[in-house]
Design a protein around this ligand. Structure first.
Ligand code: FAD
Length: 401
């Protein structure tokens, strides 16, 4: 049998500047490119999930890729049985489930006498590349980002010549230049919408970071947050389900189901909260500022567990990315790595005034706001704020150290 090198596409669905693919090509062996739809993940998604459709379309555009559906470990067992595989290359994934899956596939490869290589591609710095002097991972963003910037050099952003660019999303230079001034404005379409492309690797992080570096330090900082949350998840995998700060386990969430439903449906009676949720429900996208406002409302005003909100976003966001979703939810709830202080409770009306000054965002998504058709606020802001502060304060005083 012809000796093969398998390149396993996962969250790197592009030919251009693909580090793992570049190294696979350098192996000199015949390449078999593959993609596996993981049955376990598909089972949990609706039949017409837009993200799966996005992946299907992108995979179709990659030439010669063999597509499988099944449990990855079983698919691999068959591949090793039926082919003479000498090497496997794929790009690293830092999620706990993916790490475990890769460990099993690496064991199969080893048994079949094939080399298994996982390569850094989806972040600029991974794992232990940015750690404190004592070798521990950073828990606070600002020193992490300073260390990240110190370590950045032209080599870190150099593209790998792995193929030519298929229609990659355009990098809108004007948008990035204006990013700092406009990024919080919900009434302007002033953010990049690159989330889904970075999530599935249809654009290279090095390419985006290179543009950010020359055009906008603020935009670059957002990309550093992305790296930060990925390394946090890598070092602290329990944070997928547990608060980073254990004291927060003690919070007595109210978890009222009918209130949660109103929040999910965008019927809270707070126009800016409802606008965010309705944008998400209708498009699979929500502006970052609205994500912060809606998440704060759920965890503080309604005292509903951040994990409920995180799961709802995970179901709906086209750019859902476990590390960023969990990291940001915990950040807003106050229980995460380098979290916003728990006593920061967004005032929805003030947020709307500041970041939707023209009212265009609310008008677009909640046209009935201000009419008799629109529900009254489901909870009084000041009452809810005090209730949240009392509970957070109690939990932190009595929680485990
Ligand atoms: P831009 O503002 O144009 O930013 C460019 C890129 O930088 C983004 O695509 C993203 O990759 C990265 N980025 C920007 N802000 C952040 C951030 N705060 N944390 C990490 N990366 C960031 N982002 C996700 O990619 N997936 C998620 O599941 C996700 N869930 C979130 C949940 C909550 C509660 C909050 C408050 C934020 C969440 N974010 C998430 C971060 C952020 O809201 C989105 O990355 C951003 O809104 C995507 O739109 P954009 O591509 O236009 O972003």
């Amino acid at each position: 049998m012809n000796p093969l090198c398998v390149f396993w596409f996962r969250r790197d669905l592009r030919l251009e500047d693909n580090h793992g693919l570049y190294l696979a090509l350098k192996s000199g062996l015949t390449i078999l490119p593959i993609f596996i739809f993981d049955e376990r993940i598909l089972r949990e998604l609706p039949a017409r999930d837009a993200r799966v459709a996005f992946i299907r379309n992108r995979v179709k555009e990659l030439p010669g890729v063999r597509v499988f559906t099944g449990e990855p470990v079983k698919v691999w067992a068959n591949l090793f049985k039926n082919h003479n595989i000498k090497a496997v290359f794929c790009n690293e994934d830092y999620e706990p489930y993916a790490i475990e899956r890769d460990r099993k596939v690496a064991a199969l490869a080893c048994a079949a006498g094939a080399a298994f290589h996982t390569i850094k591609d989806q972040v600029i710095f991974a794992k232990n590349e940015i750690v404190k002097d004592n070798g521990e991972p950073y828990r606070v963003f600002t020193p992490y980002s300073r260390a990240w910037l110190r370590k950045l050099n032209p080599q870190s952003l150099k593209p790998f010549k792995s193929g030519t660019a298929k229609p990659a999303p355009p990098i809108n230079k004007v948008l990035i230049r204006n990013y700092e001034k406009q990024r919080n404005r919900m009434d302007l379409d002033a953010t990049s919408h690159l989330g889904i492309h970075l999530r599935f690797g249809t654009v290279s992080i090095r390419k985006i970071a290179q543009a950010a570096k020359s055009l906008s330090p603020t935009f670059l900082k957002e990309l550093i947050w992305r790296d930060f949350f990925m390394q946090t998840l890598f070092h602290f995998p329990h944070t997928v389900n547990e608060p980073f700060n254990p004291k927060y386990k003690n919070i007595r969430w109210r978890n009222n189901k009918s209130e949660f439903k109103k929040w999910c449906e965008g019927k809270t009676g707070y126009p800016i909260v409802d606008a965010g949720m309705r944008e998400l429900n209708a498009t699979g996208f929500m502006h970052n500022r609205a994500r912060m406002i809606t998440a704060s409302f759920l965890t503080k005003h309604l005292l509903i567990d951040w994990r409920w909100g995180e799961r709802d976003f995970a179901k709906k966001l086209l750019d859902f990315e476990l590390a960023s979703n969990v990291g940001n939810w915990q950040w807003v709830a106050g229980c995460g790595c380098d979290a916003a202080p728990y006593f920061r409770v967004f005032n929805p009306a003030l947020q709307a005034k500041k970041f939707d000054p023209s009212g265009k965002y609310v008008k677009k998504w909640v046209p009935e706001a201000g009419t008799s058709q629109y529900p009254k606020p489901m909870v009084d802001h000041e009452f809810a704020r005090r209730r949240a502060l009392t509970e957070f304060h109690r939990a932190l005083r009595t929680g485990p150290a």
